[in-house]
Structures are given as C-alpha cells and as structure tokens.
Design a protein around this ligand. Structure first.
Ligand code: FAD
Length: 281
C-alpha cells in the first residue's frame, strides 16, 4: 500500500481552555506527520478572527496550516483583506468553500458559489495559494441533480482548484463512483476522502442528516442497539472507520483527511491500526 498523505481538520476554539486543549491535541496528532492541519471558518465570517488566530498559531508551531474560507455573505473587499492577511502570515493553502448562511441571517453577498471564490483567489493571488475545494460523493443536499453537482465540482476545478476533500461518507462505493465520474470528465486532481471518526452516535446521526451524509442502515441499527454503552459505540466505530480507510487506500485514495472534531484519540487509533504511525514503517 502507498503511503497516503494525511491531513487533519480542526474548528477554531471558542475559549482559552479550548485553545489550550487544541494545542495538546495538535501536538498529539503531529506524530502522524500530516501534510497540513486545516481550520474551519464560520458562516458569513463569524469566526474570522478565531480562524486566523488558530491558523497563525499552528503555523508558528512549525506546521502547515490551511484556513477554510467561505464566500457566502462576504464582499470582494472583505475576502481580499483576508487573503492579504493570510499571504502576509505565510499561509500557502486555502480550503475554498461557498459555506451556508444560517436561515434568516445576512445576505448572500457578492458570491453565489464556490467556483466564483476559486476564480477570485486565482485572480487576486495568482498561484500563491494551493486551493482545496469540497466534493460530495453522496451529492450536496441542495444539488438539483447528481449530474449538476458533478458539473459544479468540475467548474471549481476548472477555476483553479488543485485538490479536493470530500464530505464524509461510510459507503465506499459512493466515493469510488464519484471519482470515476470525475475522471470521465477529465477532472484529474486528487480527491481525498474526508473521514469522520465515530465516538458518539447520536451526535453523528444529527449532523449527518443536516449535511446529507448517509449512515447505512446496518451501521445505524447496530449503533442504536448499543444505547448508552459508549464503549461499544467507540469500539464498533473504530472497526468500521478503520475498515473504510483500509479499503479506500487499497482502492487508490491519495490520502485521508480526518474531521478530528478537535479530538486526537479516534484519529490516532485509526491510524495506528492502519499502520500509519511513522514509527511503524
Ligand atoms: P458549492 O461548490 O458552491 O456548491 C453548493 C451547491 O450549489 C451544490 O449543491 C452545487 O451543486 C450547487 N451549485 C454550484 N454551482 C452552481 C451553479 N453555478 N448553479 C447552480 N447550482 C450550483 N462550511 C463552513 O461554513 N465552514 C467550513 O469551514 C466548511 N468546511 C468544509 C470542508 C469540507 C471538506 C466540506 C466537504 C464542507 C465544508 N463546509 C464548511 C460545508 C460547506 O460550506 C457546505 O457544504 C456548503 O453548503 C457548500 O459549500 P461548497 O463549497 O461545496 O459549495
């Protein structure tokens, strides 16, 4: 099996305790030698300062940091300022997204879709940033049709994206099909599967409904059968996600992007089982 490129996602902590904990988590996860740590960005710029501070801290500690940046609800001038700030801070990779406005909050702004943000970043900053975009193996919940979603993805790549990270999924066939369809459209950038470790089922179920990721019936039924037995939930979660990763890598996935939820334990356990701890090589 090839050595996959790993990346790990955080959200910007809200409190000083959260920031302190994230430093510990980051240092624990650093043993995996990830290509980068990414940091999410709240709808309409609501975490602008916290995302920036978190990214700066990661970079200052000597790691590659990739801020997420969403365009919905923002003006060109605001986005230009943010790009300048990141450039001055030595950031070289951005995860470019449309984002979602919470219902009833703010206005759409000057951008409607992520391909427009990718175009804007390229027009403003040339090749200064490596650009990651989102991909949806089970299709984005607002997509008119799978075909429309695939074409929207192709548009982001044509606008200048270098690489893609997928929404998480537990059905490997969805990912393989998506990659095949993208390749058939001559989209040749890496499409890195997003991996959501499972440590609590009820949270995952709520979240999955909202973002359109399917938890297959056989998994859902089994998780439900564990009730409050969190040790069994974790053990089964570790088994299924490790097996998913193993099969993805065997099928040629170029890397794995972990949605860590600012926790180290599950990501480390999965990578250890996969033999991806550097000392295991
Ligand atoms: P787009 O690629 O613009 O697609 C959005 C929808 O519009 C799709 O249904 C697409 O089919 C459709 N579409 C695109 N172009 C057109 C067009 N020209 N005409 C008609 N329809 C079109 N959210 C955050 O708020 N902050 C984050 O930090 C964040 N990080 C994420 C990281 C990853 C890896 C992923 C997968 C998602 C992340 N999200 C984040 C969630 C993301 O913002 C939402 O899924 C959002 O609804 C779509 O963003 P997008 O960049 O995929 O949008």
């Amino acid at each position: 099996m090839h050595t996959p490129e790993l990346s790990i996602e955080f959200f910007p902590p809200q409190t000083t305790e959260g920031a302190e904990k994230l430093r510990t988590v980051r240092d624990q996860l650093a043993v995996l030698q990830p290509a980068f740590f990414s940091v999410t960005y709240g709808a309409g710029g609501s975490t602008r300062e916290r995302t920036f501070a978190t990214v700066q801290e990661i970079a200052a500690a000597g790691f590659e940091a990739a801020p997420h940046l969403s365009c919905i609800g923002s003006s060109r001038a605001q986005l230009r300022d943010i790009l300048d700030e990141y450039d001055a801070a030595g950031i070289r990779r951005i995860v470019a997204l449309r984002g979602d406005l919470p219902s009833g909050v703010g206005t759409a702004g000057e951008f409607r879709y992520a391909n427009e943000l990718v175009e804007f970043i390229r027009a403003e900053s040339g090749q200064r940033f490596r650009i990651e975009v989102a991909a949806y193996p089970e299709w984005h919940p607002q997509a008119k049709s799978p075909r429309d979603d695939l074409i929207a993805f192709q548009r982001k790549v044509a606008a200048g994206a270098d690489s893609a990270i997928t929404q998480y999924f537990y059905n490997i066939d969805a990912y393989l099909h998506f990659v095949d369809e993208a390749r058939a459209l001559d989209v040749d950038i890496p499409i890195v599967p997003g991996i959501m470790p499972i440590s609590s089922f009820s949270k995952l179920a709520r979240f999955s409904d909202a973002c359109g990721a399917e938890i297959p019936r056989w998994m859902r039924r089994k998780f439900e059968s564990f009730g409050d037995d969190s040790a069994s939930v974790k053990a089964f979660g570790l088994d299924v996600v490790t097996e998913l990763c193993q099969r993805l890598l065997e099928a040629g996935a170029p890397g794995l992007h972990f949605y860590s939820m600012n926790q180290a334990e599950a990501t480390l356990a999965i990578c250890e089982r996969l033999g991806l701890m550097p000392q295991a090589h």
